[in-house]
Design a protein around this ligand. Sequence first.
Ligand code: NAP
Length: 246
Amino acid sequence: MTSKRIAVVTGAAKGIGRAIVERLISDDYFVIAADIDAVGGQELVAVFGENQLSFEAVDVTSESGINALFDKIDQKFGRLEVLVNNAGIIRDNMIWNMPAEDFDLVISVNLKGPWLLCKEAARLMKRQNSGRIINIASRAWLGNRGQTNYSASKAGVVGMGRALALELGKYNVYVNTIAPGLIDTTLTRNLEPDVLQKLIQAQPTRTMGKPEDVANAVAFLASPQTHFITGQTIYVDGGKSIGAGG
Ligand code: NAP
């Protein structure tokens, strides 16, 4: 048993998720790191130790897996202060080349997964009359060529967060969305170099963001000192969402 605030972070093993884990641990949270990548998860335990973090090998698309995770949290801690839905994937293609399976997979991981976790977290947080849910969407919810599946999934995350903020407001549970732009992780490093350079040059800042930039926004929304902000989407995108070039 711990007296620290408890946070669940999905997609915690690498990239933005890992930066969120590091930041929340430095803010004195106990983090339940959930990821499909069990090897990366064990590495997290080795780095941070069991007093600061536990790892759960979880596929966010598995309803039974998510239910088992929250049963465990309820039995062990009886509370949950923060949920960060961060796990996400891309399967980019122009729509005429995109297999329907890649639409289903991206919607399942990026939208249904967060919905399953929100549902379980909402039960706990409603009961305790407090909590913070932070969903990581993407600036791409506004639309990106080659990402009909991804943009749709992230637009769904934005809409889900707004609806859930309405449902949970009276229970003192705040639900907000972060929409990162181009952030330096394996997800972006796997892009063709010339494609990545073009994307960087299209940024108002001409730079990529760092995972820590997203983690800082998460820390702000998760903080017990942050009040009266719910149902909002915060862009961490170097101004790209302004949309007027520059
Ligand atoms: P990443 O480096 O690929 O890390 C994502 C993590 O999630 C990986 O450990 C991955 O495991 C895990 N994961 C994938 N499918 C999962 C599942 N079904 N269940 C549980 N875990 C799963 O990605 P990232 O760049 O940090 O992105 C994190 C979030 O930010 C995503 O939601 C992404 O859409 C969003 N985002 C990223 C950027 C960017 O520029 N990087 C921009 C906007 C939004 P495996 O590696 O084993 O698949």
